[in-house]
Design a protein around this ligand. Structure first.
Ligand SMILES: Nc1ncnc2c1ncn2[C@@H]1O[C@H](COP(=O)(O)OP(=O)(O)OP(=O)(O)O)[C@@H](O)[C@H]1O
Length: 584
């Protein structure tokens, strides 16, 4: 499964889906057992406090108001304060430890999810929009909150209900059974509502994904949008999606809120029955007034936990759907699996053997055979779309060949630990990654900052002369995407980063396109020096860059059509066999 999808099936299989949630979140529940014990203690305190608060109504009315007992007049309010303090402490403990469990689970699953996403091959990112992936990150909190709270909500409600139930039954058993039996009837409409909520949760997710993906696209292409006066079209499209989301959310609120009137109705019927049946019992002196009011208070208090049980049923559907979506990411296996072998020697030879690469049905590279050796500079030329970048991606194992193999120092790179060879490779492409941070940190990305070496790398990349002019030099803060730099300056920082790593293989994939001729000429001198002990590959687009290469490889439609020495290449150029148009 390359493309993430949303399951449109609205068939409700609560039991199976809840099982899936606990299969995923069970370990996190187990891991927090001590916190759960604290929650449980808090819960017992709160439940005892709640039950006792209903119970004290009876002696208050019977002893103080009916029998005029003065001692009880002072004792009862004190007891009441005590009972509420116990309840308060219990609720605090329960709330504090519960939110700890939820927040910690959220954190751990988020980290796991990012590790997983980072382990995926490039193809996954090409096929899925950023908004789609981000939305699945946001799903975590919905499921984690549900998974960690649901058990405890359930236990809490059962305990509180039990405590009230004891009071209710103790104060008048016949009456209690009548009243308690009406309450569960309210659960019936919930199952009908659950089905509706599931399809609405899916719809709202898909619309949300479209919207956040669009925002990403707008932010990443703002220059083009403005230059093409696309603001109005973007705003119009976004408004339409916003409206759709608004409608879906209104609909789900309507459905969700239906539980409330149902509950109110069943609750009022239960209370009405208690008043009539209990009133008759009191009038016939089979029950004291205190017992009656204590029972009534317990019933009114019982209403809240039963209502919240219903509330948590309404939460189940969005959480189950969210679990299904995030499982698509967490359970997905990366297509590029790391090898076991660590490459410990410097890379001195890369061989591409009978390599074919297919993107879905499209064959981008066909049966390639070429090798790159230490101390050599190879230029790759070819028209746009001929497969130059695809070949470079294969060397980094961003994709695996569909057929054939890539060998590094004689080892198939599939058998090697990716980090062990990527740590010794640098690539500069036209897509330049600059993050918000100092120039020094941008250059040393992923490595310790050594200021001297940073300056040296910047000098080699012909970047230091403009950085020197900044007030803060290499400590100048760069904006996201390098917005405060020119295209050529960004490219030179990226080249400095590649040099700073001191790699065995340096790949420049159209990395100098934004440089003026003079800077490029100066950079050529640097590359001449750098070639020593390195494999240098330059995907070239200017005839002047090709001059430093010993070998020139020409690609066309995914195939190597020529492999020349520099001399042969020059002769081919002179004879007009190769023109500027052949160099993309
Ligand atoms: N991720 C991808 N999925 C599907 N097709 C792709 C993908 N990447 C590249 N291609 C296709 O493979 C072919 C080779 O692309 P590649 O980027 O390797 O060419 P290139 O020679 O580097 O082109 P340019 O000089 O324009 O950068 C193109 O036809 C392109 O459309």
């Amino acid at each position: 499964m390359d493309r993430l999808s949303v399951n449109k099936d609205t068939k409700v299989s609560l039991k199976k889906d809840i099982k899936l949630v606990y299969k995923r979140f069970g370990p996190y529940v187990k891991m927090h057992r001590w916190q759960y014990i604290m929650v449980l203690i808090g819960m017992v305190l709160a439940a005892v406090g709640s039950g006792a608060s209903a119970y004290v109504v009876q002696p208050l009315i019977d002893k103080v108001f009916s029998q005029k007992n003065e001692f009880m007049l002072y004792a009862m309010p004190l007891a009441l304060i005590g009972v509420f303090v116990i309840k308060g402490v219990g609720q605090y403990m329960q709330g504090y430890y519960m939110s700890y469990i939820t927040a910690n689970t959220n954190k751990l699953v988020r980290n796991l999810m990012l590790d997983k996403i980072l382990s995926f091959e490039l193809g996954f990112f090409n096929k899925n929009r950023s908004g789609e992936i981000l939305a699945r990150m946001n799903d975590i909190s919905t499921v984690a909150t549900f998974a960690t709270n649901h058990i405890i909500n359930f236990v809490s409600i059962c305990l509180t209900t039990l405590a009230y139930g004891v009071v209710v039954i103790y104060q008048g058993s016949f009456l209690a059974i009548v009243a308690l039996s009406i309450m569960p009837l309210a659960i019936i409409p919930i199952r009908i509502i659950a089905k509706k909520l599931r399809s609405l949760a899916n719809k709202s997710f898909t619309t949300g994904v479209d919207m956040s993906s669009r925002i990403f696209e707008i932010l990443n292409n703002i220059e083009i949008i403005k230059a093409s006066s696309g603001e109005k079209i973007e705003a119009k499209n976004y408004r339409e999606q916003s409206e759709l989301l608004f409608k879906v959310s209104r609909k789900s609120t309507r459905v969700e809120l239906l539980t409330s009137p149902f509950m109110e109705f069943f609750g009022s019927v239960a209370i009405a029955v208690i008043i009539i049946v209990g009133g008759i019992e009191v009038l016939n002196e089979r029950m004291t007034t205190g017992q009656f009011f204590s029972l009534l208070t317990a019933m009114l208090l019982l209403y809240k936990p039963v209502k919240s049980l219903n509330g948590s049923f309404a939460m189940i559907q969005p959480a189950l759907v969210a679990n299904e979506r995030l499982s698509q990411v967490i359970d997905r296996e990366p297509k590029i699996v790391d090898g076991a072998l660590e490459l410990t020697t410097p890379i001195d030879c890369v061989e591409v053997k009978n390599v074919t690469l297919q993107y879905d049905d499209f064959t981008a590279l066909k049966n390639l055979n070429v090798s790159f050796k230490k101390n050599s500079v190879t230029a790759i030329i070819g028209k746009s779309g001929s497969g130059k970048s695809s070949l470079m991606s294969l060397l980094l194992r961003l994709y695996d060949p569909t057929e054939g193999e890539i060998l590094m120092n004689g080892n198939n790179i599939k058998d090697l630990q990716q980090k062990s060879f990527r740590d010794n490779m640098s690539i500069v492409t036209q897509r330049i990654f600059i993050f918000h941070g100092s120039i020094a940190k941008n250059v040393a990305y992923g490595l310790e900052v050594d200021e001297k070496r940073v300056i040296e790398a910047l000098k080699q990349a012909q970047a230091y002369e403009f950085i020197e002019k900044f007030d803060n030099g290499i400590h100048t803060i760069l904006e996201e995407f390098g917005a405060n730099l020119s295209g050529g300056q960004r490219q030179r920082i990226a080249i400095a980063r590649a040099i700073y790593k001191n790699p065995d293989i340096l790949i420049l994939d159209e990395a100098t396109s934004a440089l003026d001729e003079q800077t490029e000429e100066a950079l050529k001198g640097t590359l001449e020096q750098l070639r020593k002990d390195k494999i240098l590959i330059i995907v070239a687009h200017r005839p002047s860059t090709i001059e430093i290469a010993q070998n020139v490889l020409q690609m066309s439609e995914g195939q190597i059509i020529n492999y020349w020495t520099q001399q042969e290449y020059q002769q081919a150029r002179q004879k007009g066999k190769i023109t500027n148009e052949d160099i993309a």
